[in-house]
Write a protein that binds this ligand. Structure first.
Ligand SMILES: [Zn+2]
Length: 59
């Protein structure tokens, strides 16, 4: 986005494989509530480029 002005840490080491780095991506999240299944698509997430694990960002 920017020209690298700010030192923005959007990548982090994957806590699962401790090898890959996560990158911003999208994920589908499935929640089960009282017998109903809710699916959220295109949820902002961090995706590990090594093991493919997705981490949902909660704010
Ligand atoms: Zn990983």
């Amino acid at each position: 986005m920017g020209a690298g002005l700010c030192h923005e840490e959007t990548t982090m080491k994957c806590p699962i494989c401790k090898h890959g780095e996560t990158k911003p991506g999208k994920a589908s999240v499935t929640l089960e509530r009282g017998g109903a299944t809710l699916v959220f698509r295109n949820v902002p997430a961090e995706v590990c480029d090594n093991c493919g694990r997705r981490f949902i960002l909660r704010k």
